[in-house]
Design a protein around this ligand. Structure first.
Ligand code: GBH
Length: 458
């Protein structure tokens, strides 16, 4: 890596933000406390066969009761930013309608505890836990949900806006739409390609409406987080492989990025959407609403995508719209999730974003890896995670050297937690959690990461 300092360190810019991220349903537990109603993830996790061993977020890391201990862990890490999410069914048990003050009280306590520890709270308003009552009315396939989301966002801002500077509307709308409504991998567990496209639009509309409402109410920083992946064709000389890569890049990345940044769907993605749903659900003015100004784009990066054109008979398509596409084994090492590891994919992604969306500052809002680590004598030796984080941070540093306006890095995750359909089987934490005793043990990676933060580099 470049050494601009003569110290041998890859140093980050002085104002670079360092943090960790979590999400409400993955850590809080207390799913029936203080007026919270079920979300689609309560329903999904109770549906046989959907989550590993039928596990649920009922207890998770019991963060709802142990948040003070968890903030102390973050203070020890030395992070300046904590990205967490707010549970919609705690705030509005009916999804819409009256606010539940006891739900807001929890986040009020959390935010005050963070501020007292010198940690900047960064709130995500939707990390996948839609109130079940709204799903019963059609969920993200119906337009009203976008309006209910904006009203909920305003209610949260009303209570916490004096202390939270940075707001994020959605986490990973691709997952909500395509895995939730398209493939059944996530809640609400519907496998309806057309619904996936309807959901994608209404999620984006919800983002735009909420971003506008937050701004009007006085929010200082507004953002949205998308999960992006650089898509490479198996053979860059083969025009069919190149077309397959362009399609998957469209369905995964551009279909969200272009409306968010430029207030316009890419023409090829409009055509594609039309094949599944027609375009009647996209009203005049929607795209402009979706293009509400943001202060930075949150980027979650885990793995690259390698594709090829599929020759011969059409078989199962992995995600709605990707019939005719094949996902060849990229022959890379994999994490405990089976996801390929390629740190340079992060550099390529960031450089591409800076080229195609040059006026939008970026922040890495999630990056990390699951490995099956265990605690021995009070220590968790997770060398593979350290390696994953180290190589990805060096890739991010390289991207900055190449001119990318990258504002911060948030590791996924503060601690082991409920990994959605994988339950508690997969551990992404810097801090190990013993789910029998709720004991937290910082892993070697946590100690390593706090060193990086302390030096502002590695
Ligand atoms: C995020 O989603 C979530 O925001 C977070 O809640 C979750 O805990 C965390 O990541 C870890 O899963 O092998 O090429 O098929 C991640 C979204 C979508 C990223 C699927 C990896 C598959 C890679 N993921 N993708 S591949």
């Amino acid at each position: 890596t470049d050494d601009r300092t003569g110290t041998g360190l890859a140093l980050f810019p002085p104002a670079f933000r360092w943090g960790v991220a979590t999400a409400a349903y993955q850590i809080e537990g207390a799913t029936a406390e203080d007026g919270r109603t079920p979300s689609i993830w309560d329903t999904f996790s109770r549906t046989p066969g959907r989550v590993h061993l039928g596990q649920t977020g009922d207890v998770a890391c019991d963060h709802y009761h142990r948040y003070a201990e968890d903030v102390a862990l973050m203070r020890d890490l030395g992070v300046d930013t904590y990205r967490f999410s707010i549970s919609w069914p705690r705030i509005k048990p009916d999804g819409t309608g009256p606010v539940n003050p006891r739900g807001l009280d929890f986040y009020d306590r959390l935010v005050d505890t963070l501020l007292a520890a010198g940690i900047d709270p960064m709130a995500t308003l939707y990390h996948w836990d839609l109130p079940q009552t709204l799903e019963d009315g059609g969920g993200w396939t119906v337009r009203d949900t976008a309006h209910h989301f904006a009203a909920y966002a305003e209610a949260v801002y009303d209570r916490l806006g004096d202390r939270i500077r940075t707001w994020t509307t959605l986490n990973e709308p691709w997952c909500s739409a395509f895995l939730g409504y398209g493939t059944r991998d996530q809640a609400p567990g519907r496998a309806e390609p057309a619904s996936a496209f309807l959901a994608a639009h209404h999620l984006l509309l919800g983002h735009g409406l909420a971003a506008r409402a937050l701004r009007a109410a006085g929010a200082r920083e507004v953002s949205v987080t998308v999960n992006l992946t650089p898509v490479s064709p198996r053979d860059p000389q083969d025009r069919h492989d190149v077309a397959a890569a362009r399609l998957v890049d469209g369905l995964h990345n551009r279909i969200f990025l272009d409306p968010i940044v430029y207030g316009r769907y890419p023409a090829d993605m409009l055509e594609h959407t039309a094949r599944f749903t027609g375009l009647d659900h996209i009203l005049d003015g929607d795209e402009e609403l979706i293009g509400a100004p943001i202060d930075f784009l949150g980027v979650n990066y885990y793995a690259p995508t390698h594709v090829a054109a599929k020759v011969g008979t059409p078989s199962s398509d992995r995600f709605p719209g990707t019939e005719g596409v094949e996902h060849p084994d990229p022959d890379l090492p994999v994490t405990g999730m089976g996801w390929p590891v390629e740190a340079d994919g992060l550099r390529r992604l960031l450089v591409r974003l800076a080229r195609d969306y040059p006026s939008t500052p970026l922040m890495i809002t999630e990056n990390g890896a699951a490995y099956p680590d265990s605690a021995e004598d009070g220590r968790v030796a997770d060398a593979e995670r350290v390696d994953y984080l180290r190589t990805h941070l060096l890739a991010a540093h390289q991207a900055i050297q190449e001119g990318v306006d990258l504002r911060g890095y948030l590791a996924w995750s503060l601690m082991d937690n409920f990994e959605w359909a994988y339950g508690y089987d997969k551990r992404f934490g810097l801090v190990h959690v013993d789910y029998d005793t709720q004991t937290r043990i910082p892993k070697d990676s946590a100690l390593w990461y706090s060193g990086v933060i302390g030096r502002n580099g590695l």
